[in-house]
Design a binder for this molecule. Structure first.
Ligand code: MG
Length: 155
């Protein structure tokens, strides 16, 4: 199942490596010895969780369907235009941030504001619908950062 999820992510322009960069940015000030490899390992651990996989598949499917106008109205337009009051993209992402406790939720709120790296690129891709994708990436990065925060640099 994880391989299928990773394929769907890549098809939507989301790589594990790019998420690893965000995790590194989030955690480097707390762990001076942190390296990118540890961040990528943490992302991979997050992607092993079934509830994470289901949240990713659900969100990316909705983005893809909205992009191709295949959802019923009015939800198609709401997702396509990323209506500010929609908020279900963030709610879905909480299924991911929650897996390692509340540190993940704090980082998620922070990433939602500063939109570093891939999150910013997804947020401003003309012609693409990434309403769920940006929150999914922020949530995976936040959960991976929380895993590193809880466990130190060991697994
Ligand atoms: Mg969003």
């Amino acid at each position: 199942m994880k391989n299928i999820v990773v394929e769907h992510m890549l098809a939507r322009g989301i790589s594990i490596d790019d998420i690893g960069d965000i995790v590194f940015e989030l955690q480097k000030k707390y762990h001076p010895d942190l390296n990118k490899e540890t961040c990528v390992e943490a992302v991979n651990a997050v992607l092993e969780k079934r509830e994470v996989q289901y949240a990713i598949l659900t969100g990316l499917a909705l983005d893809s369907l909205a992009e191709r106008n295949m959802l019923p109205e009015p939800i198609s337009s709401i997702i396509r235009e990323d209506e500010p009051l929609y908020g279900i993209d963030e709610v879905l992402a909480l299924a991911i941030t929650n897996i390692y406790g509340t540190i993940g939720i704090t980082s998620f709120g922070y990433l939602d504001k500063i939109k570093i790296g891939l999150i910013g690129r997804l947020d401003s891709s003309p012609g693409k619908v990434n309403t769920f994708a940006d929150d999914i990436v922020a949530a995976i990065a936040s959960a991976a950062a929380a895993k590193i925060a809880h466990n130190g640099l060991r697994n």
